[in-house]
Ligand binder design. Structure first.
Ligand code: DMJ
Length: 579
């Protein structure tokens, strides 16, 4: 009941009864509530609607706010911009370095770091084909037709890099164009690399001597590096399907059969193995360097060959369980979710750019697999991890002055000092569930970017502040968009491309790695890796296309972003290969 003589407003509040100070306080509180709601909508809650997002990031894209026609025009303009970037950078390579492997963009010199067979050309064929760059494509085709993929300086070629860049590139070029030139070259390279498997445990060696046809070893001595040994199934199995050569299937398959037996109780593999004893030679688990594509190929090879090798699915799920439970942590103040290397059971607190493929892999698994492939509750956990980690990969770009993502950061330990363990995400998630799932799950709160702030605020320091033109983050933005349908990921991919285009272009128009992502000064490195054309620009381009030319239920990308089609073994192949 109100005091007599006091007017009431619509809400029943007696205006006159409130002194000025109280009214100000109420106004302030309302403002605060409005601000908090906005913050929640944009950062903490589920993604903003496309409309909110369009306004907030002034991207000009908004499914609801702009007519389909305008949206198409914007996307087409973006695709054109990516294409121009490709032409410019690749043109510089052709001008200064062709037919050598890669351009040194600052000195305009060249380097033959991958056999001297023109890796930039072969790695880029499918990208130029998808972009409709006829002139560049015709030139690349004649390059393949006239290159001697048998001879190289020193006679020794690295196994893994030759597989993912050359073999992968040629196979996807063959699939897209049906030009026999590419398949013949792929078959030749595939055959020449087979001696790598002639080791005690049939695990491929670091490199192969093409003259003596013997396995050779690299910087790590007689050590098998996990990712390098286990990332050839997609290429060899597709080649086996195309050529009918059982050896391609069997040699590659026996690597994962070996690794299947060695999978530790936690679902993870050590990253280094002694080639003689067949035992681990370190105590490190990693989803970044030395580990990454070994895990990636489990799912992708399983899907690519028509889901026939069920054991791959089994290891994939076990290893994802291991990675999510053992390698994922929360940072101290911003509660960012990150995935780190664990050495002798001790989390290192670091996160590499290379690891940013991982949320995309989880999202792809979620998109392609069935409920029955996961343990109860596991699918949701993997989804949360994908979303939280993908957001961190985005934040690591959005936080920087250049808008580029650093090669490696070290997050601040959850509990101060060296206490990384207490930030183990799975424990926080379990507690959140036990307490009735109030609010957002830990690691999914999505704090805003902190551009221009110090490490203290950002909650991490740089372990390596360079941006090496790598694809993993934009790849994950792309996969998140295609698998969730949420355009916010596509917009993030576009922001990443814009930052790359602006901040890694050097005089003359080539692209170069950058030494520091968070300083204005353009300190560049004299390198322009082929994967930039094969992967980074391909994902940037695909993210601009409404009509997907490579639907994820029909294609899988190898670890160098070469799309390979999902196929079925013939009955005859099944019997002869022992599928
Ligand atoms: C690429 O060559 C491949 O993606 C590989 O699996 C890891 N690193 C580079 C790009 O960063």
């Amino acid at each position: 009941m109100s005091a007599p003589g006091h007017q009431q407003d619509g809400s029943g509040m007696a205006k006159a009864a409130l002194p000025l100070r109280s009214r100000r306080r109420i106004k302030l509180a309302l403002l605060l509530i409005a601000a908090v709601s906005l913050y929640t909508v944009f950062y903490l809650g589920h993604f903003p609607t496309s409309k909110d997002y369009g306004q907030f990031f002034s991207s000009g894209i908004s499914k609801e706010g702009i007519s389909g026609k305008q949206r198409n025009a914007t996307l087409q303009a973006r695709a054109e911009e990516v294409k121009m970037a490709f032409r410019r950078g690749y043109g510089q390579y052709l001008r200064h370095s062709y037919p050598r492997d890669e351009l040194r963009p600052l000195s305009n010199e060249s380097i033959d770091n991958f056999n001297g067979w023109g890796v930039t050309v072969v790695d880029s064929i499918d990208t130029m084909f998808l972009m409709g760059l006829t002139e560049e494509y015709e030139h690349a085709r004649s390059h393949v037709a006239t290159t001697d993929f048998q001879t190289c300086k020193g006679g020794v070629v690295p196994f893994f890099e030759t597989i993912i860049r050359y073999l992968g590139g040629l196979l996807s070029a063959y699939h897209l164009t049906e030009d026999q030139t590419f398949l013949s070259a792929a078959d030749h390279i595939g055959r020449e690399l087979l001696p790598a498997f002639n080791t005690t445990w049939k695990l491929p060696s670091f490199s192969v001597d093409l003259v003596t046809r013997t396995p050779q070893w690299g910087w790590s001595g007689r050590t098998i590096l996990l990712s390098e040994a286990a990332s050839n199934q997609m290429e060899y199995k597709y080649l086996a399907h195309l050529t009918g050569h059982a050896e391609y299937f069997q040699k590659s398959d026996q690597v994962t059969r070996f690794l299947q037996k060695k999978l530790g109780g936690y679902g993870l593999w050590n990253t280094m193995w002694d080639a003689m004893s067949g035992l681990p030679s370190n105590a490190a688990w990693s989803i970044g360097a030395l580990g990454d594509s070994a895990y990636e190929y489990l799912l992708k090879a399983y899907i690519m060959s028509g889901r026939t090798e069920k054991y791959l699915l089994e290891i994939y799920i076990k290893s994802m369980r291991g990675a999510v439970n053992r390698l994922v942590y929360l940072s101290r103040t911003r509660q960012l979710l990150y995935i780190t290397e664990v050495v002798e059971k001790r989390p290192q607190g670091t996160m590499q750019h290379l690891s940013c493929f991982f949320p995309g892999l989880l999202a792809l698994g979620d998109y392609l697999l069935q409920d029955s492939d996961f343990l109860p509750g596991e699918r949701e956990k993997f989804r949360f991890a994908a979303e939280g980690l993908a957001y961190t990969c985005w934040i690591l770009y959005a936080d920087q002055i250049t808008g580029l993502g650093p090669e490696e950061v070290r997050f601040h330990p959850y509990n101060g000092d060296d206490d990384y363990q207490s930030g183990r995400w799975v424990h926080h998630l379990d507690r959140w569930k036990a307490k009735g799932r109030k609010g957002l799950p830990p690691g999914l709160r999505k704090p805003p970017p902190l551009r221009g702030k110090t490490g203290k605020h950002k909650d991490y320091d740089y372990a390596n502040a360079g941006y090496l033109l790598r694809p993993e983050a934009i790849e994950t933005m792309y996969i998140m968009w295609r698998t969730t349908g949420d355009v916010v990921w596509r917009e993030r991919a576009w922001k990443m491309f814009e930052a790359i285009n602006t901040n890694t272009t050097v005089d003359g128009g080539a692209f170069a790695s950058r030494s520091h992502v968070d300083i204005e000064e353009k300190l560049m490195r004299d390198e322009s890796p082929s994967y930039f054309f094969a992967e980074t620009l391909k994902y940037a381009y695909l993210a601009c296309l409404e009509d997907d030319p490579l639907p994820l239920d029909q294609y899988v990308f190898n670890t160098e972003a070469h799309p390979l089609p999902i196929f079925s073994w013939t009955q005859e192949q099944r019997e002869r290969f022992g599928v």
